[in-house]
Design a protein around this ligand. Structure first.
Ligand SMILES: C[S@@+](CC[C@H](N)C(=O)[O-])C[C@H]1O[C@@H](n2cnc3c(N)ncnc32)[C@H](O)[C@@H]1O
Length: 300
């Protein structure tokens, strides 16, 4: 631990714990402090607190969005210790898809990774690229930070909600996400934000699982969805391709990765009508996904 930062007091004004005040204040504050300590190991882990205003925007507002973001963060905080173990079986398949995902942005010099989780994409980061990786969950970020240290990966890890990014417009050459928009409470809002912060000719590449093509299987996924969300934190019936369109992004290609049409690699670009969601009052959920996970029947 860096002696300069040990015990340093980090301001976390106005940021309540994920589930609306259940944790004692000291506990979530010290967690935030721990995470924000720089280790002097070549990559930056000392920035999340600086960026918390947008999280506060969601968490303290009187909105469904606020509750949904808090719930998502809490779920992933809970799952974080077992996430890698839970995903081990699927990871054998996913590794080759991750390689495809990152091959799409190998030329980019500044990349945003949305929903970094425990950092499973780190081995695929383009050498020499500056990568900024965000996540809503503090505990997932802690694991990502440890992985970055272990593997010597340079990455700027920040706690942030993709539905309200604090980066200026067109800050990145490319944005990448794997298995993220199945858990973002308002996926369309998040995708719009990704479009906003990606340069006009930049690439947005998404590796996602979504609602299956077969109607009966799709219906089964709809029925099972609320249980899966509760246990694992993500939706299994999102219509991500439609959400990408609704967010105003231009789709370049959609590659099906399995026979059931569940796993897809989507390559898109920011749409011509660039949309800034910043400053929009909380609670203005887009039509897609608002509250859908609770009912198990997505609107999109
Ligand atoms: C299923 S995990 C995927 C993690 C990682 N991308 C991977 O491929 O293993 C989904 C991640 O998205 C994050 N997430 C969910 N909603 C988010 C949001 N609104 N903003 C940022 N991250 C979010 C979760 O905290 C979680 O770490």
């Amino acid at each position: 631990m860096d002696r300069r930062t040990k015990g340093a007091s980090v301001p976390v004004e106005g940021v309540p714990p994920p589930e609306g005040g259940k944790l004692p204040k000291e506990r979530w504050q010290s967690g935030r402090q721990r995470y924000s300590q720089g280790r002097g190991s070549g990559f930056s882990v000392d920035t999340p607190v600086r960026k918390l205003s947008h999280v506060r925007w969601h968490v303290t507002g009187e909105s469904q969005g606020k509750r949904a973001s808090g719930k998502t963060a809490a779920r992933y905080d809970r799952i974080a210790p077992v996430y890698d173990m839970m995903q081990a079986g699927m990871e054998r398949m996913a590794r080759k898809w991750r390689a495809l995902l990152w091959a799409e942005v190998k030329e980019a010099s500044k990349v945003l990774e949305v929903g970094v989780g425990t950092g499973k994409n780190m081995p695929f980061y383009p050498p020499g690229a500056e990568v900024v990786a965000i996540d809503l969950s503090e505990r997932m970020l802690e694991r990502a930070r440890r992985r970055a240290e272990r593997e010597g990966v340079r990455v700027d890890l920040q706690q942030m909600d993709v539905q309200c990014l604090s980066f200026p417009d067109a800050s990145f050459d490319a944005a990448v996400a794997s298995f993220v928009f199945c858990s973002v409470p308002d996926a369309v809002k998040g995708l719009r934000e990704v479009g906003r912060v990606t340069a006009p000719r930049g690439k947005i590449v998404l590796l996602e699982h979504m609602r299956p093509r077969s109607p009966w299987l799709a219906r089964l996924f709809d029925v099972a969805n609320p249980i899966v969300v509760r246990l694992l934190g993500f939706n299994i019936n999102r219509r991500t391709r439609e959400n990408v369109r609704e967010a105003g992004l231009d789709i370049e290609s959609v590659r099906e990765l399995d026979r059931g049409g569940i796993f897809k690699l989507i390559v898109a670009h920011p749409g011509k009508e660039r949309c800034s969601e910043r400053g929009q009052p909380p609670g203005k959920e887009s039509r897609a996904n608002g509250g859908a996970e609770q009912r198990g029947t997505p609107k999109r």
